[in-house]
Design a protein around this ligand. Structure first.
Ligand SMILES: NC(=O)CC[C@H](N)C(=O)O
Length: 293
């Protein structure tokens, strides 16, 4: 059993390190043919537009789609989650190709720009039920996406509170005046972006909102909002955050168990991948990860 990590760009070395901490060898995947030799694939975080351009250049999209269609386990983290989504919003002009398969709409930079990156403890009941340990997981969000819509077959594994900060001078007021833009409308949800506080709010569709790109509204005592940041659909796993940048390997071990459930023996030392970059020869990836505990 071999675990591939798409190694075009982003945090693939970090995933390979995390797998190694579990005693499992990960191999770099850079070419379509290398997918034939692996049992499961991790698509790492990075920058999804760049990664998509590289994947296109190496003609990887048809093989990646085929891999997903075959039902083999695939885990997308952050940019990798964007890759796996059936639909992405907030893309650069001209859009970007997606692998798809995950019945979700992902907002590419939901939490804002690079400087709005953050860490937060997420409640992860399903993960801790299966893997043990704390009921929470330290989510490292780097210019992170979020899942703004999920289909009926998608299991939500974690959601992140979305705070509505405001620059209003009436800090103790229950009522705040905020201007916003509608950035996404679907049959069930409207997402609005607040102009002065880089926050988002998801609200049920109200026909009143449709057709007006910019509003000025009064928001009264807004309830706490949560946005989905980890999902599972069959053999597809998606996380908007970066477990490979923490010392906690539970998401990796959770993913490996998805593979084990496919009636394959538990992962041990893995054979070299023909045509792939094999890390079994006592080599270590060049970059040892900073581990945030
Ligand atoms: N850390 C990440 O992978 C960030 C992903 C980034 N939002 C993108 O569009 O690619």
């Amino acid at each position: 059993m071999t675990i591939g990590v798409l190694a075009l760009q982003g945090s693939y070395n970090e995933h390979i390190s995390a797998l190694r901490r579990l005693g499992v060898k990960g191999v770099e995947i850079k070419k379509p043919g290398q997918l034939d030799n692996i049992s499961a694939l991790i698509i790492p975080g990075g920058e999804s537009t760049t990664m998509a351009k590289l994947a296109e250049y190496h003609n990887l999209f048809p093989a990646l789609r085929e891999f997903v269609k075959m039902g083999k386990p695939v885990w997308g983290t952050c940019a990798g989650l964007i890759f796996l989504a059936d639909k992405a919003i907030g893309q650069k002009e001209g859009g970007q190709e997606l692998v798809g398969g995950l019945d979700c709409t992902v907002h590419r930079n939901f939490f804002g720009s690079q400087i709005q990156s953050f860490e937060v403890d997420l409640s992860v009941p399903e993960l801790s039920a299966q893997e043990g340990g704390l009921p929470s997981f330290r989510g490292v969000f780097i210019r992170a996406p979020a899942i703004v819509e999920a289909g009926p077959g998608v299991e939500v594994l974690a959601a992140c509170p979305v705070s509505l900060k405001t620059t209003s001078s009436k800090s103790d007021a229950d009522t705040q005046e905020l201007s916003f833009s509608v950035i996404h409308i679907s049959h069930s949800t409207v997402i609005i972006a607040f102009r002065n506080c880089a926050s988002y709010l998801m609200i049920p569709v109200d026909p009143l909102f449709c057709g007006y790109p910019v509003f000025h509204i009064i928001v009264e005592s807004l309830p706490e909002q949560k946005v989905i940041v980890a999902v599972k659909q069959g053999n597809l796993l998606g996380t908007a955050f970066h477990p490979e940048l923490t010392g906690d390997t539970r998401w990796h071990s959770y993913f490996l168990k998805m593979l084990a459930k496919e009636n394959e023996p538990a992962p041990t030392t893995l054979a070299a991948v023909e045509g792939g970059v094999d890390l079994t020869a006592g080599q270590t990836p060049e970059i040892e990860m900073p581990i945030y505990q």
